[in-house]
Design a protein around this ligand. Structure first.
Ligand code: E4P
Length: 214
């Protein structure tokens, strides 16, 4: 199982790397916008720091423009993966980019049928968004489980699943148990995973007891 950092913030990415939690990085336009720097400067800096896949989204919505923008992004570094939203023009672009040897990720996946289309188009990765489904009282984990089953039962579909929109440590635990290939985790959730009040209390107790050492 690989863990990616779901962030465009270089400090967060470096901190996750120190914990062995940066097998790759996912960015999206919202995360990039928070950084107040140029899109390409951010991607150059991340690719310098991370040797694994760095996922970057073109902003175009029309086939030829998606291809043009994707080719430019892929020149930034050999580890760039082009992350394209789930829609017909995007799927056509995924097929074309595959023929050019440019790796792709189909993002904003909210149903198993979308994951089937993305795999058949030749996507190397899909990003089902679990937290955003939970936000609408749907079962995000059930979506991930359904896609896992479909890909397991059809080994000709070689697409890897990246669980995205992870909101809680329990999401991480459930997804790991399910055998999801990759989990992309925001640094806030990494911080939550580390914390347990019994650990803190245990450390305090040990320090207190150590005062009685002879
Ligand atoms: C990652 O690829 C996604 O863009 C990201 O996980 C979305 O997360 P959000 O739903 O918290 O914005």
């Amino acid at each position: 199982m690989d863990i990616y950092v779901d962030s465009a913030n270089l400090e967060e990415i470096k901190q996750a790397k120190e914990l062995g939690l940066a097998d790759g990085v996912t960015t999206n336009p919202t995360l990039i916008a928070k950084e107040n720097k140029s899109f390409t400067d951010i991607l150059h800096a991340i690719c310098k720091e991370i040797s694994g896949p760095v996922h970057a989204e073109p902003l175009s919505l029309e086939y030829d423009a998606i291809l043009k923008e994707s080719r430019e992004l892929s020149k930034i570094a050999p580890n760039i993966v082009i992350k394209i939203p789930m829609f017909k023009e995007g799927l056509k672009a995924v097929r074309a980019l595959k023929e050019e040897g440019i790796p792709t990720n189909v993002t904003l996946i909210f149903s198993p049928s979308q994951a089937i289309l993305a795999a058949k188009a030749g996507a190397d990765f899909v990003c089902p968004f679990l937290g955003r489904l939970d936000d609408y009282s749907h079962d995000g984990l059930a979506l991930l489980e359904a896609i896992r089953t479909i890909y397991n039962n059809n080994p000709d579909l070689e697409t890897q699943i990246i669980a995205a929109s992870i909101r809680t440590p329990n999401h991480v635990v459930e997804l790991s148990a399910m055998g999801i290939d990759i989990l992309t985790i925001p640094s806030k959730v990494i911080g939550m995973m580390e914390k347990h009040p019994l650990t803190d209390a245990g450390v305090q107790q040990f320090l207190k007891d150590a005062e009685n050492f002879k």
